[in-house]
Design a protein around this ligand. Structure first.
Ligand code: SAM
Length: 445
């Protein structure tokens, strides 16, 4: 959109740009196209655009054939965009991007994030969108230059700090280029910069305790000039030993530790659980006949290896809003890694009863107890992996203590959304859960 066009449209729709909403409109079309190219947006993509304004980035994104969902806080601009892009593959939401739940986009598959972000929301938005399990696989954003510098900072620089580590824990950050204030109408007081954010692979960084990591980082950066050995005296009893193990100097300050060293430090304080995903191949399962009568006990490896009938439980936990908790199975699981599954599930052990297993799995996987009621039983079949499954339901608002060795993420989802997600992308779920969900919808209990 050219400079003159922006001026004309603003006059036509009687909008005077609002500073508090960061309303600086991009009038350099080449830059807008370049940004879309850097995000490698194509017809098969789903794009989430934050703050579309008058549509400077929306237009080149739509020109690729991609579908776009754009969230605009200013109702006058949202109305304008709905008219401007009528008949195009775009949905305009009039709302606050900070209140948007990106998780509801899972049914759309991988999402690319695009935006010339209003500066006042940029850090909050990034921390929110990338913190939990997120469908976003790439982001190309224009930010205030100082913020871009902080996100992409390297250790031992003044820009390196808590924000750097918080974002880099989730994403790799590339500083693409600086953009002068003159490409906007009205011109902001500061320059901008493009960054590309690529969310990390689930196994890219070593396992670690997130809360502990942030507790150490926050404390470490609370006084930048002070040595970590003194600052972390309470959390790290033997600092000289810790420093040796993580390859840091005994006199190091917070800004000298790389992301990998901060992770190593939290693992020094509290070693992560082992990576065998709790799979004990010698664990004994109850083996049953076609009527679900126990005929003996056998090791997990034999039961699965020979496709023998056995028993399992699945648990659906709901919060007071009626949303179902799903868990994302750990990438280390021997069966169905990295897909979404029931709140908790597990095999009935030798000598165990279904109800007992359900209570145990809830405790072991999510660290909670609650009343469980039986919903329905699914017969053993190929679809269930020869498991007779009793499905249970219960209520719990959280918080939970997920078993890190088994679970990558947990998240509550609205039932309608789950159904839509399954319709669009059944492969995102464990087969046992799909069977249970279908059964549940016929017997909601
Ligand atoms: N993308 C357009 C462009 O490049 O010309 C506009 C960018 S302008 C820097 C930021 C836009 O974000 C404005 O249209 C503003 O109204 C909108 N905005 C501000 N706060 C927002 C929020 N919390 N959620 C969604 N949009 C917001």
């Amino acid at each position: 959109m050219k400079l003159s066009e922006i001026g004309n449209i603003l006059r036509e729709i009687r909008v005077v740009p609002v500073k508090t909403l960061g309303q600086n409109f991009l009038h350099d079309q080449n830059l807008a196209r370049w940004m879309v190219q850097e995000a490698t947006i194509s017809a098969s993509d789903f794009v989430l655009e934050i703050g579309p304004g008058l549509g400077a980035l929306t237009e080149p994104a739509l020109a690729t054939g991609a579908r776009v969902l754009a969230i605009e806080k200013d109702g006058r601009l949202a109305d304008f965009l709905r008219v401007r892009f009528a008949d195009r593959r775009v949905e305009i939401i009039h709302g606050d991007a900070l209140e948007f739940e990106v998780q509801q986009l899972f049914p759309n598959g991988p999402v690319k994030l695009l935006g010339n972000l209003p500066y006042y929301i940029s850090t909050q938005l990034l921390l929110r969108y990338f913190e939990q399990a997120s469908p976003i696989t790439l982001g190309v954003l224009m930010l205030q230059r100082e913020v871009a510098a902080r996100l992409s900072a390297a250790p031992r620089s003044k820009d390196y700090g808590i924000l750097t580590l918080a974002v880099q824990l989730q994403c790799r950050v590339e500083y693409l280029r600086t953009v002068p204030a003159s490409v906007f109408l009205p011109q902001p007081e500061v320059d901008s910069a493009f960054v590309r954010l690529t969310p990390r692979e689930p196994n890219e960084l070593p396992d670690h305790d997130r809360e502990l990591f942030f507790a150490l980082v926050r404390r470490g950066f609370s006084q930048r000039r002070k040595q970590l050995g003194k600052l972390l005296r309470e959390q790290v009893a033997d600092w000289p030993q810790a420093a040796r193990e993580i390859g840091a100097s005994a006199t190091a300050r917070a800004e000298e530790l790389s992301l990998a060293q901060w992770i190593a430090l939290s693992n020094f304080v509290q070693p992560p659980p082992s990576r065998d995903a709790g799979t004990d191949l010698a664990e004994q399962f109850a083996v049953v006949d076609e009527m679900d009568r126990v005929t003996g006990a056998m090791a997990r490896s034999e039961v699965h290896g020979n496709n023998l009938r056995h028993r399992a439980v699945h648990i659906f936990l709901f919060n007071p809003a009626g949303e179902l908790l799903l868990q994302k199975r750990s990438r280390w699981k021997d069966r169905h890694p990295n897909v979404w599954d029931s709140s908790a599930a597990g095999h009935v052990g030798a000598g165990e009863e279904y109800d007992e297993t359900a209570r145990r799995e809830l405790r072991e996987e999510l660290g909670v107890t609650t009343n469980l009621t039986r919903v329905t039983q699914l017969p053993a079949s190929e679809k269930t992996g020869q498991e007779f499954i009793w499905l249970y339901r219960g209520e719990h608002p959280g918080p939970f203590l997920p078993a890190r060795s088994e679970i990558d993420a947990i998240q509550f989802f609205a039932p309608d959304m789950i159904t839509r997600w399954i319709d669009e992308r059944a492969g995102d779920f464990a087969p046992g859960f799909l069977e249970c969900w279908q059964a549940y919808r016929h017997h909601p209990g």
